[in-house]
Design a protein around this ligand. Structure first.
Ligand code: COA
Length: 172
C-alpha cells in the first residue's frame, strides 16, 4: 500500500498524514476525559507533553482530520492482527477519535466515509471490523451509519464490547 495518499478532501474536511502542527491537538485528544470515556480513560497531560513525539501518530493508516486548517480528530485503520475475537483477527480495523467541540455536526461520519472509500479503492474486496464498548452509543450510531452491522458482543477489558463488520461494497 502506497502511503501517504494525497490528502483526501471532502465537502468540509481534509484527511491527511499528521504533521508537527497537530501535536497540541493530539495531546488534547488523548488527555480529554470525554474523548477517552469509552477507550481506556484519559492520559495525564504532563506525561503526554513529555512523551508525544514532534510529529505524533505518523504511520500508515493514521489520518488526521482537519477542519478549516486545524485538526479536529483522528481516524485509524489498522490490521487487527492480535484481535481476541477470531471473526476480527487479521482484518482491517477502524477507529476514530474526535475532539468534543467538533461533535454533533456530522464531521466524523463525513471523514470516516471518505476514509472507507479510500480503503475500498486501495484494498478492494476487504471487509473492515470495528470494536467499541456497547455503552458507547454515539460510536455505535456512527458505525451503523457507515454500514457496520453487529457481528457479536463480547466481554473484554471489564465491560461489554460491540464488534461490527462492514462487508466490502459489491463490484460490478
Ligand atoms: C464517536 C464519535 C466520533 C461520534 O461523534 P459524533 O459527533 O456523534 O458523530 P458525527 O460527527 O457523525 O455527528 C453526528 C451528529 O451530528 C448531527 N449533524 C449535524 N449536522 C450534520 C450534518 N451536516 N451531517 C450529518 N450529521 C449532522 C447528526 O444529526 C448527529 O447528531 P445525533 O448524534 O444527535 O444524531 C465521538 O463521540 C467521539 O470522538 N467519541 C470519543 C472517541 C470514541 O469513543 N471513539 C470510539 C472508539 S472506536
Amino acid at each position: 500500500m502506497a502511503w501517504p495518499p494525497a490528502p483526501i478532501k471532502t465537502e468540509r474536511l481534509v484527511l491527511r498524514e499528521s504533521e508537527a502542527r497537530d501535536r497540541t491537538a493530539f495531546i488534547e485528544l488523548l488527555a480529554s476525559p470525554e474523548v477517552n470515556k469509552y477507550v481506556g480513560g484519559p492520559r495525564p497531560r504532563e506525561e503526554l507533553e513529555r512523551e508525544t513525539p514532534a510529529i505524533p501518530e505518523r504511520w500508515p493508516g493514521s489520518f488526521v482530520v482537519e477542519l478549516d486548517g486545524a485538526m479536529i480528530g483522528q481516524i485509524l485503520l489498522r490490521r487487527a492482527t492480535d484481535h481476541r475475537r477470531p471473526a476480527a483477527a487479521g482484518k482491517a480495523d477502524l477507529g476514530y477519535l474526535f475532539l468534543p467541540q467538533s461533535w454533533g455536526s456530522g464531521y466524523a461520519t463525513e471523514a470516516c466515509a471518505a476514509a472507507l472509500t479510500w480503503f475500498d479503492h486501495t484494498l478492494p474486496g476487504e471487509p473492515v471490523v470495528l470494536t467499541t464498548q456497547s455503552a458507547n452509543i454515539p460510536s455505535i450510531r456512527l458505525a451503523t451509519k457507515l454500514g457496520f452491522t453487529e457481528l457479536e458482543r463480547f466481554e473484554a477489558w471489564g465491560t461489554e464490547q460491540w464488534l461490527g463488520l462492514r462487508s466490502p461494497p459489491r463490484t460490478a
